[in-house]
Design a protein around this ligand. Structure first.
Ligand SMILES: C[S@@+](CC[C@H](N)C(=O)[O-])C[C@H]1O[C@@H](n2cnc3c(N)ncnc32)[C@H](O)[C@@H]1O
Length: 306
């Protein structure tokens, strides 16, 4: 067994800390920000007591989020911006008939709780480590009394398991286009796990299937100020057992996805995020090193030619 698989197996034994942190960012955003990008009114219910208090009480929020962890503040907006972008794109895809949503590395994403009105039109598959899913199941039961009927948990470790086999066992339909999101995950994976996931998603999905995700840019693209912050952030998450392993340039990413049979739909660098969602707002600014991307599974070569 490789060292990477071993360390991934060790990580997968406990619930994800970074998943709690980003759910806290969404809960804090809803409670404390005047500029409202994304309304996650179930995020608070996903949090353990300490982070629940941070997202509930102004003094706690100030002390923990603005002072103790204040150096990371410029990174927080990426979490709400990527969620907003993804769900906007999902709603557009549903207008075109998409009825399956696969959330890769779902963590404490609360989509099914927030969108009960469309439950009869959308089957949702949440993919993550079993340990994180177990904690989430308990928090959903507490907040909602039951697991939404349209939600299926699919336990998968991207480093070790076969995503395609597990999704099809769970009932994923390869014949109709689906929508995949992969938020806050790619940088925690090895290159091998990213390639494997891209290959399996392309192979198991109908042409037209969309994949939306975020990625961290390579250090040489960052300004000195953001590079220093990226290094601090990498140390912070590594100390919590979730090291960041992979980054891309937009070009290296596009080359990789094209190799696995995808077509680029849209790239969302920070300038585009600003333009589309923030305008002149100065309360929230996108993080320089988190870009979003949307790709579609291309039709097989013979279909393209005809
Ligand atoms: C930063 S959290 C993001 C959670 C969620 N997508 C969101 O934006 O709120 C990263 C998630 O990826 C999951 N993850 C990381 N590595 C993984 C792996 N090898 N296999 C499965 N899930 C993984 C973690 O368990 C965690 O839930």
């Amino acid at each position: 067994m490789s060292t990477t698989s071993e360390s991934s197996r060790n990580r997968s034994k406990s619930s994800s800390t970074t998943a709690v942190l980003v759910a806290t960012i969404r809960a804090v955003h809803l409670r404390f920000h005047a500029t409202r990008i994304f309304e996650d009114d179930y995020a608070l219910h996903m949090l353990p007591p300490f982070w629940h208090a941070v997202a509930s009480y102004r003094l706690m929020k100030w002390l923990v989020s603005d002072v103790i962890l204040g150096v990371y503040r410029p990174v927080y907006p990426a979490v709400v911006l990527r969620a907003r972008y993804t769900e906007d794109q999902l709603m557009e895809a549903m207008k075109e008939g998409v009825n399956q949503y696969v959330i890769l590395g779902a963590g404490f994403d609360t989509f099914t709780l927030r969108h009960k009105d469309i439950a009869d039109r959308l089957q949702v598959f949440e993919v993550d480590h079993a340990a994180t899913q177990e904690v989430k199941r308990q928090r959903i039961m507490k907040a909602n009394g039951s697991i939404p009927d349209n939600l299926t948990f699919v336990p998968v470790d991207f480093e070790n398991d076969r995503l395609d086999e597990e999704l099809s066992k769970a009932g994923f339909d390869s014949q109709t286009p689906a929508f995949f999101s992969w938020l806050g995950v790619t940088y925690y994976l090895t290159q091998e796990a990213i390639r494997d996931t891209l290959e399996r998603v392309a192979a198991m999905s109908a042409p037209g299937t969309r994949l939306v995700f975020d990625f961290k840019t390579a250090k040489h693209m960052m300004s000195a100020e953001w590079r220093t912050l990226a290094e601090k952030m990498e140390g912070f998450v590594a100390r919590r057992g979730e090291p960041m392993l992979t980054d891309f340039t937009p070009q290296s990413l596009t080359d990789l996805l094209e190799r696995y049979g995808y077509q680029e739909v849209e790239m969302m660098p920070p300038e585009e995020q600003q333009k589309r969602y923030l305008g002149d707002s100065s309360e929230i600014e996108p993080a320089e090193f988190f870009h979003f991307a949307q790709f579609a599974v291309a039709p097989p070569a013979e279909e393209k030619d005809s």
